[in-house]
Design a protein around this ligand. Structure first.
Ligand code: PHE
Length: 340
């Protein structure tokens, strides 16, 4: 038995030494030390050894096992180190190779323009407010002096949920919400999404407006012209000129439309301004005293100006975007041009 043990251990040591890979070494381990391994088999044969020789034989098997384990461990280290060296030598990293580009996102042109507009008005002392996109007929129309069946409702093609509930067609309901909770002096703008049943190169069923409202003592059209002038110069360029044209909105009286000189041609006339040299930027006017009264503000003491502008339109003018639908198609080739 002892003779056999000696041979098994010797073979195991030899085979461990000559193993050329970690896999081969594992095979050796299984062959000798595994559940059905040769050394394990010898240990199982212990029961047939005469009692007097048992302790010595048991000890010899254990020593043999330790020797084999030590050898395998040592060999494993050597093989792993060799493998690592081989990899280090073979797998060279070319540090001069260009790296893979990380794609950096860009803000949407509408977000950029909205931010610019808000910055300008905050600089003029306006606060920013928000209102709901789902409105009642009262806030979207009636409180703005557009009673039921008033022909002015035709100006805004409306998405109705029910007779009284609708998607707001403009941000003007925010005027009413603001006046209901705030006493003058009021100076606010309200950016937000609005909805109309319209779809072509210059109209989208969802677009964004920014509403403006100032209510205080002695507010006149001059304040409106002054605010618009400051805004146009800051948004387009200091050379920009502005003008008012008469218009009609039920919630302002008098009502105006405000134009500024075309930022693309400087007023000479081009494709963007359709040859006129002027671009229409917003609808505005003196808040109709009826609207002030309906919202609980004394129209004898106070007066107000209100204006509403289209963010999408301003973005198209600012960036020379020819078709409004480009803003909503989410084509990365288009959007990636607006890195700022
Ligand atoms: N709400 C109007 C529109 O959407 C714009 C406007 C706002 C006009 C405030 C006057 C005053 O067309």
């Amino acid at each position: 038995m002892l003779e056999k043990l000696k041979t098994v251990v010797e073979n195991a040591l030899k085979e461990s030494e000559s193993a050329s890979s970690v896999n081969e070494l594992n095979d050796v381990k299984v062959k000798y030390l595994g559940k059905n391994g040769e050394l394990t088999a010898l240990l199982k044969g212990l029961k047939d050894v005469p009692p007097a020789e048992k302790p010595a034989f048991g000890k010899a098997v254990n020593e043999g096992r330790q020797q084999i384990e030590a050898k395998i461990g040592e060999k494993e280290d050597t093989l792993k180190r060799a493998e690592k060296m081989r990899k280090l030598i073979e797998e060279k990293i070319d540090v001069t190779e260009p790296s893979r580009k990380v794609k950096v996102g860009a803000r949407h042109p509408l977000t950029i323009v909205k931010g610019m507009i808000m910055d300008i008005f905050v600089g003029l002392g306006f606060e920013i407010r928000e209102g709901p996109e789902v409105e009642t007929d009262y806030y979207n129309f009636q409180a703005l002096n557009i009673p039921k069946d008033h022909p002015a409702r035709d100006m805004q093609d409306t998405f109705y949920f029910s007779e009284n509930l609708l998607l707001r067609t403009h941000t003007s309901p925010c005027q009413v919400h603001t006046m209901e909770v705030k006493k003058p002096p009021i100076r606010m703008i309200c950016p937000g999404k609005v909805y109309r049943s319209d779809y072509d190169a210059t109209h989208s069923p969802m677009f964004q407006q920014i509403e403006g409202l100032v209510v205080d003592k002695n507010i006149t059209l001059c304040d409106l012209k002054g605010v618009f002038d400051e805004f146009a110069k800051a948004f387009f360029s200091p050379e920009t000129k502005t003008r008012l044209r008469p218009s009609y909105f039920p919630f302002t009286e008098p009502s105006v439309e405000m134009d500024c000189t075309c930022s693309v041609c400087g007023g000479k006339g081009c494709r963007i301004c359709k040859g006129t040299g002027w671009i229409e930027v917003l609808g505005a006017g003196i808040v109709n005293p009826k609207v002030l009264e309906m919202s609980g503000i004394d129209s004898e003491t106070y007066s107000g100006i209100a204006f509403g502008m289209g963010v999408d339109r301003l973005a198209m003018i600012k960036f020379g975007i020819p078709d409004m639908r480009l803003l909503f198609e989410n084509d990365l080739r288009f959007l990636a041009q607006f890195k700022d």
